[in-house]
Ligand binder design. Structure first.
Ligand SMILES: Cc1cc2nc3c(=O)[nH]c(=O)nc-3n(C[C@H](O)[C@H](O)[C@H](O)COP(=O)(O)OP(=O)(O)OC[C@H]3O[C@@H](n4cnc5c(N)ncnc54)[C@H](O)[C@@H]3O)c2cc1C
Length: 429
């Protein structure tokens, strides 16, 4: 019997899932598949918290499927080899998946689509993780926006509630194939479960979001990022539940889509400055200083608190992400790519487009970036956003001990050095 496959990637849910909806409403005998991509996971430590998060989410989806006498096929390998094996074992009629806009994913999907075509298999891909994808919101001359505010205005103008209507995949689950695939143990995948716990998200009570979101000691942000990253909840559902609560919150979700379309249209940003005129900055790149930053031992309590929060929990508050990123690029003159790579290793919500976009923003090299002469003053940031040192004392337990380091570089000196170095780099072009 001919089989249709639905391929889970960054959309780990059964409900309101566009490609799953189409796969199930247009076919019977649909097999849901997940591939632990060896090209990605072999680079990761054995207890990587993202792998644990994905694993647990797959496990819970599989439990749901078992209730309706179905199951998920979970495999490990390079996607091309896995698909070749599947095609040799099954009579595959169709493959359905949701689109992914990262350069690696585009290359992977093109490769799999070619393989499918060569085997007379139809491929169907859908927009799902965003409201507007790469070419949906363009300037009047059909070129991509590189400045956030006009992008946001056009986004809002084009937005309507119908775009957020749920794709009720959950109503068609009876068209899943009745299977009993065995679910792999985490150790058979060559991983261990991480001790890092992912905080559940909350979309209620966003009324105070605007007033409180910059205060890292207050739990007023949604903690949605890893859940959105892996698609445990749909973007449509998030927007439907929040759009009447907070305009500012919606703006943040638009930043997410803004950076996704930047990455799509300007893939050079993965390794290079968005603005080439910043290519001549003479980064100091002192490795010892970089290690102190990574370990949260800079002697700047707000920076150290942020880095320790990241190292212990895989999360850091957005305001503090901005402070630590600015500190690394400007106070220490370390290339933003080093900081970006460290965040990529540690963040539960690591997402290439948002991470790269925000790092380039902090470094001043990005599309709509902070000007180079804007150097966050870490002491002023504490006065404004953590005046009672609540956040700092939560993460820097040794703050009042003699062993706590003194500042690794003096603020005024570092600020002036940063501005002079950037200026010289820019003039050198
Ligand atoms: C240097 C740096 C690196 C970052 N790296 C990432 C990353 O790898 N992945 C990531 O999801 N976010 C990243 N961010 C953005 C932001 O810090 C996180 O999205 C946010 O802290 C997640 O917490 P939350 O879900 O409680 O956010 P909320 O304030 O509740 O925001 C809701 C959602 O909006 C989106 N969002 C919010 N702020 C931004 C932003 N500045 N850019 C893009 N999307 C945003 C996220 O999807 C977030 O979950 C980075 C920011 C900085 C300054």
């Amino acid at each position: 019997m001919k089989t249709t496959f639905f391929w889970f990637r960054r959309d780990l849910r059964l409900s309101d899932n566009t490609a799953l909806f189409h796969a199930l409403s247009e076919n019977q005998q649909v097999i849901p598949l997940f591939i632990f991509d060896s090209n990605i996971i072999e680079e990761l430590p054995k207890n990587d918290a993202r792998i644990s998060f994905i694993y647990k989410q797959l496990q819970s989806i599989n439990e749901e499927l078992k209730k309706i006498r179905s199951s998920m096929l979970v495999l490990k390998g390079s996607p091309k080899e896995v698909w070749q094996k599947i095609i040799s074992e099954y009579e595959v009629k169709n493959i359905y998946f949701n689109k992914d806009y990262e350069p690696y994913a585009i290359k992977r999907d093109t490769e799999i689509s070619t393989l499918a075509k060569n085997n007379n298999i139809a491929v169907f891909s859908y927009k799902d993780q965003v409201i507007f994808e790469e070419n949906d919101v363009l300037k009047d001359d059909e070129t991509p926006y590189t400045i956030y505010t006009p992008y946001k205005n056009k986004w809002l103008k084009a937005f309507s509630s119908t775009l957020c209507e749920a794709k009720k995949s959950e109503n068609h689950l009876t068209n899943l194939a009745k299977t009993q695939f065995s679910f792999p143990s985490i150790t058979s995948l060559n991983f261990n479960l991480s001790s890092i716990k992912v905080k559940p998200y909350s979309l209620a009570n966003l009324e105070s979001y605007e007033a409180e979101r910059n205060f890292p000691a207050i739990d007023s942000t949604s903690y949605l990022s890893p859940h959105l990253r892996f698609g445990n909840i749909s973007t449509r559902e998030v927007i439907n539940n929040t759009k009447h609560q907070s305009e500012i919150f919606l703006n943040e979700l638009i930043w997410r889509e803004f950076f996704m379309q930047i990455l799509f249209h300007f893939p050079h940003v993965v390794n290079q400055n968005f603005k080439v005129k910043y290519d001549q900055i003479n980064w100091r790149n002192n490795e010892k200083e970089f290690v102190l930053w990574c370990e949260g031992k800079t002697g700047y309590p707000i920076v150290d608190a942020g880095m320790r929060q990241l190292n212990e929990t895989g999360y850091m508050h957005n305001r503090v992400r901005m402070v630590v990123a600015s500190f690394l690029c400007k106070h220490l003159l370390v290339d933003w790519r080093w900081g970006e790579a460290y965040f990529a290793k540690k963040l539960l919500d690591y997402d290439l487009s948002a991470n790269n976009g925000n790092w380039q923003w902090a470094a001043g090299t990005g599309c709509d970036a902070a000007p180079y002469f804007r150097v966050f003053n870490p002491y002023e940031q504490v006065k404004k956003f953590d005046p009672k040192l609540k956040y700092i004392s939560r993460w820097v337990k040794d703050l009042h001990e003699l062993s706590y380091p003194s500042p690794m570089v003096e603020h005024k000196f570092a600020r002036e050095r940063a501005i002079a170095t950037y200026k010289k780099g820019l003039e050198g072009v």
